[in-house]
Design a protein around this ligand. Structure first.
Ligand code: CTP
Length: 404
């Protein structure tokens, strides 16, 4: 959904990352308006942000351009859905925490009506300075979202916490700010990607799953307020930002172990991984060599555990969601698979549309209804799946509870 994003840039070398951020937010379809402090304009010229955003850049409190009444500090936030300050310097954060409004950026923060998020960027000692931590706590208490700075090498040559999160991470997390939270306080455990069953140290059996559906679903659950843990095989796509936990596994048996270790306290389990049905029984410790006879090696297969069915059969199983990747009779196979695995919700899809591709066409199958969705992006499919999970896991209204 297209949003109007006001991006504030305060003084710091991390301002260079905000160029990429503007590009990514534009790519997501949003309208971006940039406001810079004077110190920020020393690092990157306003013209750069004007070219990237396609909108004029504001630096002065008395800029008359926006709205034409000389009140850019009011007008700019009135038309914004969200105000993000990235990078947010220690100085700017301190001023906002104390309500000081002495430049366009801090005046906008004070006068805003829309939600405010900040991405701090500063030297590690500045970050740990008690005054700064006090201001961060104050901002959070005031309902301002603080994107935690990352650890690593800093521009000053020191190392530690204080780096502004990468632009891709901020662009991934920002939409959570305007998303409804039907899965608030829920814990979701997911599997995603392709398993890999080793034949020898260099070869194995895998499949074409790219992990894109799993990544989209993890993002949608996170945006809906859930705490998301992801156990994944091979992924051809970046892991979503903001996961509570992630672990990479190889074969199905290793994936099952990781799932069972993480299962305690989970409310929902979503099995998106394309799991190999068999592993290699006679896996070779060393690389298999041709023996010169021309006879191919014999690969013996043994059945893998069914991760989803194992979890669903546990006495205190979470709400389980499975996928059925089919190439024919999609809904019929999906229906049968839901019952066979003993799960409340199954997502049936056509492998030819979905496998390794950005789009999907899904049918949601549960005990009450079957809903075929039009073909669309995996992000749109993920939204629909989350909406149905939220409906099916919602606590019954108080009146119904009393009647029981
Ligand atoms: N699944 C699993 N463990 C397995 C196989 C599948 O957890 N060993 C999960 C998948 O993540 C998916 C669902 O079960 O959510 C269905 O997977 P799919 O590959 O479509 O079907 P299978 O159960 O393997 O059945 P079949 O191969 O007969 O179609």
């Amino acid at each position: 959904m297209k949003k109007n994003i006001l991006l504030g840039i305060s003084g710091g070398i991390a301002a260079y990352k905000s160029c990429e951020l503007v590009r990514l937010l534009k790519k997501q379809g949003h309208d971006v308006h940039v406001v810079m402090s004077r110190a920020a304009a020393e690092f990157i010229g306003p013209l750069t942000f004007q070219a990237l955003s396609g909108n004029p850049v504001y630096t002065d409190t008395h800029d008359g351009g926006f709205g034409g009444n000389g009140m850019a500090h009011i007008n700019l936030t009135r038309q914004a859905d969200v105000f993000l300050i990235a990078p947010a310097s220690a100085n700017t954060l301190a001023k906002i925490a104390c309500g000081i409004a002495d430049n366009l950026l801090t005046t906008l923060a004070a006068a805003r009506k829309c939600p405010l998020a900040v991405a701090p960027a500063m030297n590690v000692e500045m970050w740990h300075n008690p005054a700064n931590l006090r201001h961060i706590a104050r901002l959070q208490a005031d309902g301002i979202t603080v994107f935690q700075p990352a650890e690593g090498e800093q521009a000053c040559g020191e190392s530690g916490t204080g780096r502004m999160p990468e632009a891709a991470e901020l662009a991934d997390l920002l939409p959570d700010l305007w998303h409804a939270k039907p899965l608030a306080e829920k814990k979701v455990l997911m599997t995603a990607g392709a398993t890999f069953e080793a034949i020898d140290p260099v070869r194995g059996i895998t499949n074409l799953s790219s992990g894109q559906m799993g990544a989209a679903l993890a993002r949608a659950c996170r945006a809906a307020g859930a705490e998301v843990s992801l156990i994944h095989g091979q992924m051809q796509t970046a892991l979503p930002a903001g996961l509570a936990y992630s672990e990479q596994t190889q074969g199905a048996r290793e994936m099952l172990d990781a799932v069972l270790r993480r299962l305690n306290g989970q409310d929902i389990f979503i099995s998106v991984a394309a799991v190999a049905d068999y592993h290699v029984k006679n896996r070779s410790r060393h690389k298999i060599k041709k023996d010169g006879s021309g006879a191919p090696p014999v690969i013996e297969l043994a059945q893998n555990p069914d991760i989803l069915a194992t979890v669903a059969a546990l006495p205190d199983a979470p709400f389980c969601v499975g996928f059925a990747a089919e190439s024919e009779n999609i809904v019929e196979h999906g229906r049968a698979k839901r019952l066979k695995k003993g799960i409340p919700l199954l997502v049936a899809n056509d492998v030819s549309v979905a496998m390794g591709k950005p789009d999907n066409q899904i049918t949601l199958i549960d005990a009450e209804r079957e809903t075929a969705l039009p073909a669309g992006s995996k992000a749109a499919a993920a939204e629909a799946i989350v909406a149905r999970i939220a409906e099916l896991t919602a606590a019954p209204p108080a009146s119904e509870t009393e009647a029981v």
